[in-house]
Write a protein that binds this ligand. Structure first.
Ligand SMILES: [Zn+2]
Ligand SMILES: [Zn+2]
Length: 213
C-alpha cells in the first residue's frame, strides 16, 4: 500500500504542487499563473486534497490533475463549481445530438467552436428535415425553410406567427452565428457560449415539436 502526498491548487483550478508534503519549497500562497489564493484542504470537511500517490521504493514522474470533488465528503472543490452546474444541465435539458457534439468543446474551453458547432447542428437538422441540398445554408436556408408561403418547415397559427418563426431562425443565424464566425471572436467567453448553446437548444426544440422528422 502506498500513501498520498497532498495537492495544493488555486481557487481557479491551477495545480500548484502534488507534493505539498515532500516538497514544501513548491508551495505558493498565491497562484503564480492567476494570482488567486491557494488551498490544500477541502473547504467543506478539511480533508487534505489528494496529491501524488507514493509507493515506497518506486520512483515515478508526474502526478494527478486536480480532482473536481473531495474524495472524503464528495463536495465539489471551488474550481469545479461552474463546470458542474453545466454538466448537470446538459443531459437532462439539452438536445441529445447538441450535447453530444458541443459539450466536449465547451468543457475544454473551446467556446467559439462550441457555438459554431451548435449552429451547425441546427442548420443540418433544418436542411435534412426540409430536404434541402447541401448548398443552401445559413440565413438563406432559414428564409426558404420557414417561408410562410411555401416553406416546408413553416409553423405557427397565423401568418404573423409564421413570419415571426422565420425571423427568429433567420435572425439567430444572422445575429448570433455569423458574428462568431467573423468578428467578435474574443468576446466568445464561457457565458456567451453557454447562452448561445441554450438558444440553439430552444430552436431545436421548437423545430422538433412543430415539424415531423
Ligand atoms: Zn491560478
Ligand atoms: Zn471534503
Amino acid at each position: 500500500m502506498g500513501t498520498y502526498d497532498v495537492m495544493q491548487v488555486c481557487e481557479n483550478g491551477h495545480k500548484i504542487t502534488h507534493s505539498y508534503v515532500n516538497y514544501p519549497e513548491h508551495r505558493q500562497s498565491a497562484c503564480d499563473q492567476c494570482g488567486a489564493d491557494t488551498i490544500h484542504r477541502c473547504p467543506e470537511c478539511d480533508e487534505p486534497i489528494r496529491g501524488k500517490y507514493l509507493v515506497e521504493g518506486v520512483a515515478s514522474v508526474g502526478g494527478p490533475d486536480p480532482p473536481d470533488n473531495c474524495h472524503e465528503c464528495g463536495e465539489p472543490y471551488p474550481w469545479a463549481d461552474e463546470a458542474d452546474q453545466f454538466a448537470e444541465v446538459d443531459s437532462s435539458v439539452l438536445d441529445e445530438e447538441l450535447a453530444e457534439r458541443c459539450l466536449s468543446e465547451y468543457e475544454t474551453g473551446h467556446y467559439q467552436s462550441a457555438v459554431r458547432t451548435a449552429f451547425t447542428v441546427l442548420e443540418e437538422r433544418i436542411r435534412n428535415r426540409g430536404e434541402f441540398p447541401q448548398g443552401v445554408s445559413g440565413a438563406n436556408l432559414m428564409l426558404q425553410a420557414f417561408n410562410a408561403e411555401d416553406g416546408p418547415l413553416s409553423f405557427g397559427e397565423t401568418e404573423g406567427e409564421q413570419d415571426g418563426v422565420m425571423f427568429l431562425y433567420r435572425g439567430a443565424f444572422q445575429a448570433l452565428r455569423n458574428p462568431v464566425s467573423h468578428r467578435f471572436v474574443e468576446e466568445v467567453d464561457e457565458d456567451y457560449a453557454r447562452d448561445a448553446i441554450h438558444t440553439v437548444n430552444l430552436l431545436l426544440r421548437l423545430l422538433d415539436e412543430n415539424t415531423s422528422a
